[in-house]
Design a protein around this ligand. Sequence first.
Ligand SMILES: [Fe+2]
Ligand SMILES: [Fe+2]
Length: 314
Amino acid sequence: MDVRVDDRLTDRLNIASARKRRYPFDDDVIDWSVPMSSDYVYMPEGSSFLHGTAVWERLSDTERSHVTRWEVTQILRNAGHGEHILNQGILAMLWHTDPYEPAWRFMLHEVAEECQHMAMFNEWVRRNDDMRTWSIARGRRGTGAALLAQLVAPRMPELFWVYVLLFEAVGDLVNDAFVRDRSDRLHPTLRQLMRAHRIEEARHIAFAVRWIENGVPKLSPARRWLLQRATERTLLWLSRLPRLMPVAYSEQLAPYLSKEEFEAAVTDPRYTEHVGRHLQPVAEVLIECGALHPQRIAPGPDGRLIRLAGGVDA
Ligand SMILES: [Fe+2]
Ligand SMILES: [Fe+2]
């Protein structure tokens, strides 16, 4: 496989991975001793699927604490599965990469860091084992994505890195909301966990962007067309997802909200639109990298991406 990231950048990222490692079980990175108490909330202001709903207004502080702790545990469980899928793709690429390339080591750093993130998310999930959550690893879609990642990554690496960028863009939105929330009520372990995650993800994003940037001009016109169409379809699909976070109703929520109220909250445009809007800057990066045709996609009136009428092909 031809690595498309120049050695100078990869060497810099290798050094940064070694020196700026945020190991989640180091005491100065995450304090795991803070108790899970109803004094805390577990989702940043404005980020819970219940924020802004009548249900939220109805709940007491203790109930809000319980529901948001369930929500963040559910999200982190599936975020770990997302990292697992990504790792399967990178390891598949590594098999076809020359070990004398600096990128061989960086991809291994990336896998190691994602493994750390998986361990960090899992630590949270196990410390909250009173929360019953649903796993994408049990569904056919999650398993299909894991298989597909291994097939796509070595054959069409530019497309694989586009998927990585999109996954990490949504993850970054979550990380950022936790890091920016200054409230004393937000559980401090979560803020530290998200900060550690964001620092390491910045390297992964830089590597993915450079690979796409350098790789696209070398693609044949047919493969470039395929990449741009696949990117466009995925972006439009993500932008219009009826429900965003992999949250599913749990009977545990029954004392606080009904299944109907849950469905109404997770599919409410107020909740799904902000991610749609967040995809716009990612779309701009993808246009600059050549992975997306500039005249086929644009933000619609609500900020979510739409296909342009009469868009021009690459
Ligand atoms: Fe990660
Ligand atoms: Fe990553």
